[in-house]
Design a protein around this ligand. Structure first.
Ligand SMILES: [Zn+2]
Length: 166
């Protein structure tokens, strides 16, 4: 078992004990979002647990990332109090790096929004450039000229933004 799968299992087991009504099954919900949000989700579940009625069946529908923020769905209609807790966690996710949990913000690369800190964003940017260069090496000239100029502009913008914030 690799270490990430092991960490997911540990967290699932912890939640089944701590939140037995909310966290009934062992669905690997955490594998759908980055590890930087796991603590946030855990804290949310602990807040929701006392508000969940003790009825049969699963309570969590889905946990995922959409447009750079957390989405947390229950299988029953939540009370206003629960809704507010969920909304708070979703808002917190918009300021928390999904990768590492450090303070972050929503950033876009290739029309793909992710909430990330400065460091993880740069890693992502480099990964993006590397994957394009790999394609270039493999297939010759894979990208439209326009795509390259967008990429170069993104890197230049990013550099300007970083020096502004320093
Ligand atoms: Zn990060």
């Amino acid at each position: 078992m690799n270490t990430k799968a092991k960490r997911i299992k540990e967290l699932n087991d912890r939640l089944k004990l701590k939140c037995p009504r909310l966290w009934k099954d062992s669905q690997p919900y955490f594998s759908c979002v980055g590890e930087g949000w796991w603590d946030l989700i855990y804290r949310l579940c602990v807040k929701l647990e006392p508000l969940v009625s003790d009825k049969a069946g699963s309570a969590i529908g889905q946990i995922k990332e959409k447009f750079g923020t957390l989405r947390f769905y229950l299988l029953f209609s939540e009370s206003v109090e629960m809704y507010n807790f969920i909304r708070e966690a979703e808002e917190e996710s918009a300021k928390t790096c999904e990768e590492c949990g450090a303070p972050g913000k929503q950033r876009e690369i290739n029309h793909w929004v992710k909430t990330s800190c400065e460091r993880c964003h740069k890693k992502r940017l480099i990964g993006n450039v590397n994957s394009r260069l790999e394609l270039l090496v493999k297939f010759g000239f894979p990208c439209e000229e326009e795509e390259w100029s967008i990429l170069i502009k993104e890197i230049a913008d990013e550099r300007n933004n970083s020096s502004e914030s320093e």
